[in-house]
Design a protein around this ligand. Structure first.
Ligand code: F6R
Length: 264
């Protein structure tokens, strides 16, 4: 696991954008996994700027969302497909038909189970995810795999914790009752199948989960700690979120002394 500590969230976004740009230079038809929420926004702004400057194209990319709320109408502004269109894909040249997300539009358990299985099949048909962007929940979730999620789980329905619903109420005019209780999310096993995982976390509320993810034991109580099992993970944090990392000076030294040939 490579841990990169940047000064600011904007600097985190630039480092992550460099990784995405490198991926698309190496493989213009790469398959990207996209997180929603606040953490990747500096990355998405930087990617839009690079696209507008002609430095990167998404014309041949396929993209998969990590998760989707169950029961929000497709045109609800906080539905994750709408979110990613607004924050990223409406502003780049990714073809709309190349953007996939789990279908949370039904409230029937059978339909939702089918939607999870269909999503797994779509990811497999695209050849798997090359580069997966992840955020980190205050309770240690990745995707919406809340604590006690199976480390082998696949795309399925999950119930959000109260903590996550409180955290996400800011997107719903601070009305916790408006935050859906259920989601369809890539499983931890699905996420771990991606070839490169880039986890982004910034700000004080991420200080504790970042330390537990990177330096704590692997446990389903901190779903992101499962990343320790993956051979290619880059964790990019700002200095505030890095505040409780006991090996921070080692991570800084490692990054400063990276051999020229070493990519993230
Ligand atoms: C979103 C997702 C979640 C968020 C996490 C952090 O697609 O899968 O895991 O990444 O809840 O959210 P923010 O970045 O808003 O703090």
């Amino acid at each position: 696991m490579e841990v990169v500590i940047a000064q600011t969230p904007a600097a985190v976004g630039i480092i992550a954008a460099e990784i995405v740009t490198q991926q698309l230079t190496d493989r213009p038809d790469a398959v990207l996994g996209l997180a929603t929420g606040s953490s990747p926004l500096p990355l998405y702004r930087e990617l839009i700027a690079r696209h507008e400057a002609g430095l990167v194209s998404f014309a041949n990319v396929t993209a998969f969302l990590l998760d989707e709320y169950v029961g929000l109408p497709a045109d609800h502004p906080e539905a994750y497909r709408r979110f990613i269109e607004r924050e990223l894909t409406d502003h780049i040249d990714l073809p709309p038909q190349a953007l996939f997300g789990p279908d949370g539009s039904s409230d029937s358990p059978n339909d939702l189970q089918d939607a999870g299985e269909r999503y797994e099949a779509q990811i497999a048909a695209a050849g798997g995810i090359d580069l997966q962007i992840l955020g980190l929940g205050g309770d240690g979730h990745i995707g919406f795999n809340e604590p006690t999620s199976s480390l082998a789980s696949r795309t399925r329905i999950k119930t959000l914790t109260d903590m996550t619903r409180v955290d996400n109420a800011r997107f719903f005019d601070d009305d916790i009752d408006a935050v859906p209780r259920h989601v369809l999310t890539q499983g931890i096993g699905t996420i771990l199948d991606a070839r490169h995982l880039v986890l982004i976390a910034t700000g004080e509320s991420k200080e504790d989960p970042v330390a537990r993810t990177v330096e704590g034991p692997i446990t389903s109580m901190v779903p992101a700690s499962s990343l320790q099992l993956h051979p290619h993970v880059t964790v990019i944090v700002d200095k505030v979120a890095a505040g409780s990392l006991s090996n921070a000076s080692y991570y800084r030294e490692t990054y400063l002394n990276r051999p020229g040939w070493q990519h993230h």
